[in-house]
Design a protein around this ligand. Sequence first.
Ligand SMILES: Nc1ncnc2c1ncn2[C@@H]1O[C@H](COP(=O)(O)OP(=O)(O)OP(=O)(O)O)[C@@H](O)[C@H]1O
Ligand SMILES: [Mg+2]
Length: 345
Amino acid sequence: MAKISVGLDIGFSSIKVVSLAKEGDQTRLVSLGSIPCPQPGMLSDSEIGLQAVSTSIKKLFEATHIEQKEINIALPESKVFTRVIDDLPYLTDNELAQAIRYAAEEFIPMPIAEVNLNWQVLFRADGKNKNTRTIVLVVASPKNAVEKYIKVLNMANLHPKILETEIIAVTRSLVGNNPFSPSSLIVQLGATTTDFATVSKGLIWLTRSISTGGIALTRSLAQHFNFELTQAEEYKKVYGLLEDQLEGKVFEALKPIIDIIAGEGRRVIQSFEAKYPQDPIKRVVLSGGGAKMPGFVIYLANALGLEVQEADPWYAIAKDKASVSKLAQDAPSYSVAVGLALRED
Ligand SMILES: Nc1ncnc2c1ncn2[C@@H]1O[C@H](COP(=O)(O)OP(=O)(O)OP(=O)(O)O)[C@@H](O)[C@H]1O
Ligand SMILES: [Mg+2]
């Protein structure tokens, strides 16, 4: 019997779901779909707002014929505190847990009792060699944020099996745990935020999130041309960063915002390389709905001086011939949902 696993990505602009079947060492696509997210989505603090999100989730599960109730979800980077702690000596598991709690108090701007702490050991120091250091990726998720997500799921009669962060899910679908893939910067351009992660040997070493995303690009266009948001959105998707379109006017309006994103990407690469000089970043993987913006791949390649690829979260998943080109159209939008569905429990 195939084991079905479901990943649900509750984004600001749309909710996406992916269901995968694992049979032996093959993973097959069962179902996928998306639905617009009623605003303000998970940013809502009212019962009615959250109910609306939950109703959309129910509709999406009906439309995609997904019957599983235990599903995997992700918290956005903007809601969690993620840090790599890299100066720990060799420690037993118990000592490590204590050291992480202690270190976490420094980077979490709220009482530690109000967060859930999770971590992944990236490198374990050698007990005999005093020069080696233990490196851990620590994620602190505020309990009230977690509860909000669980509440919305429960209203849709669903239950979270795994709750992780978006960038961890994205990294799984785009790089997997292949220790030989080139060291990469992942750029996830969503509606509200852009998230960054440097990934080496299949592990995340640095993350960052900025509140400049696709909406900021659309707003900039709307202001520049005095357009309605819907029209600006259309122009963004059709002309994007193509300099030779409309005398470069759309490009000019988007450039200042894109340069914020490119500049942050450059800083993330620099911080990573300053710490790990023997491990230069070799490529950039562009993900999220914004990855499809015309001209973006080339613009970023020139800005960063690196090879840039559009994300393909479906690369390791078996699909029938008929769906290949259809999946490719929207591929970068599904990185979070695919990564969540790929998670082993
Ligand atoms: N072809 C395109 N060109 C440019 N932008 C695009 C294109 N397609 C989608 N987008 C933009 O991508 C964004 C949506 O991406 P995505 O679905 O990854 O976001 P989300 O998950 O809903 O939001 P968030 O991750 O911020 O919660 C929107 O701002 C949309 O305008
Ligand atoms: Mg998203």
